[in-house]
Design a protein around this ligand. Structure first.
Ligand SMILES: [Zn+2]
Ligand SMILES: [Zn+2]
Length: 384
């Protein structure tokens, strides 16, 4: 369905709640943006800096106050009045003042005391905890060239992608990743930004020739995928080997007299062309049956404080970290192989790192010892 048909079909493009505080009714993203642009003064979404003097003159006029009051207001509300220390004497932010009364400081002190009680001062997660923050902060580097700057009045979508339904533990609980994307992005670009461990799997039993594990992964083999939004399947048809994997469901729905589903191409559909409900779970399906929930949680106009460099999108603002499963022998390295019917293994199936797997199952000449099956394994924490 073309974008114009979509916008014509929807009666209203102003989001209203369908279920309070959960999700909106369906609306067309591009038309919603246009509604805003028609109503707003262009200055309110312009990236240009506001002329301070003009702003003050306006403020004085609108509030009906005197120039003296304005001066007083300015000094009272100035950021400088919030400083506890002179600019050239910044305090050590690691030191919590003695007997703090602020809840945040009390908690911080507790955490510092707890950490200093640990043998290892910093774990891997702490080391990288601020990594994503840093990425998004440096991403705010202003785009210099005109062709890389996000145009004024563009929309930014916050998109949560959840773990595949096979990870029972985290199912529907917390998003695997949160992305910021622009209205001009296509669904194919969204697909490429989603990293999922099932794209990396290599299928097969390789106990007799562990060096023969091919380099190509599932993603190279099985390129078909679709998104499902509001009754429309958006298929990835970018490559000749892509198949329309939505067909079975569409035919089935027809046979069952269910409401008809339609289809479109992922690579031809921009996010602004979509008709969606904000807060409502939709579907991303790849590798045949790896199904992820996708929820668009927010749609808004860009602001000058956003990352305005188009080339840095999609911006990853959150990524969940998973515990990695370690080798059953050394308990140190991440599992790379799992074996079944393995007499050397303490469990069935059993996970090994590459080194332990080879030392335990092959002689020095590389001959297989004993009877077992071995499969390459990709840890879900591979993206940490
Ligand atoms: Zn997946
Ligand atoms: Zn090991």
């Amino acid at each position: 369905m073309a974008a114009s048909d979509l916008s014509a079909a929807s009666k209203t493009n102003i989001p209203e709640y369908e279920i309070a505080d959960v999700n909106s009714k369906p609306f067309h993203i591009g038309s919603f943006r246009n509604e805003w642009l028609n109503r707003l003064d262009p200055n309110s979404y312009s990236y240009a800096n506001v002329d301070e003097e003009a702003f003050e003159d306006n403020f004085v006029k609108e509030m009906g106050i005197s120039a003296d009051t304005m001066t007083e207001l300015k000094s009272t509300c100035s950021i400088d009045s919030l400083r506890c220390h002179p600019v050239d004497q910044p305090p050590d932010t690691e030191v919590v003042p003695p007997d703090p009364t602020l809840k945040t400081l009390i908690q911080r002190k507790e955490r510092q005391d707890y950490r200093s009680s640990l043998k290892i001062s910093k774990n891997r997660h702490d080391l990288y905890a601020d990594e994503l923050d840093r990425v998004t902060v440096t991403d705010q580097v202003k785009a210099e060239a005109a062709d890389t700057i996000v145009p004024e009045g563009e929309v930014i979508l916050s998109i949560n992608v959840y773990y595949p339904a096979t990870f029972d533990k985290f199912n529907y609980v917390r998003p695997h990743m949160t992305l910021l994307m622009l209205g001009c992005h296509t669904l194919a670009e969204l697909r490429d930004a989603i990293c999922c461990v099932s794209d990396l799997q290599v299928f097969g039993e390789f106990s007799s020739n562990p060096d023969m594990v091919p380099d190509f992964i599932s993603k190279d083999h099985y390129k078909s995928a679709f998104f499902f939004f509001e009754g429309v399947f958006y298929n990835d048809m970018r490559f000749p080997e892509c198949q329309d994997i939505s067909m079975t469901t569409i035919e089935w729905a027809k046979a069952c007299n269910a409401p008809p589903y339609s289809k479109a191409k992922m690579e031809d559909t921009r996010l602004v062309d979509l008709k969606i409900k904000v807060g409502y779970p939709y579907l991303y399906c790849h590798q045949g049956d790896c199904e992820h929930l996708v929820i668009i949680t927010d749609i808004r106009l860009t602001h000058k404080n956003d990352c305005l460099n188009k080339t840095l999108y999609p911006v990853l603002t959150h990524k969940d970290r998973l515990m990695t499963q370690k080798c059953a022998v050394c308990h140190l390295y991440i599992g790379r192989w799992f074996t079944t019917n393995d007499n050397f293994a303490p469990s069935d199936p059993c996970l090994f790192c590459n080194k332990c797997f080879r030392m335990l199952h092959y002689d020095t000449k590389g001959n297989k010892l004993g009877d077992f099956q071995a499969y390459p394994y990709v840890d879900p924490g591979a993206f940490n």
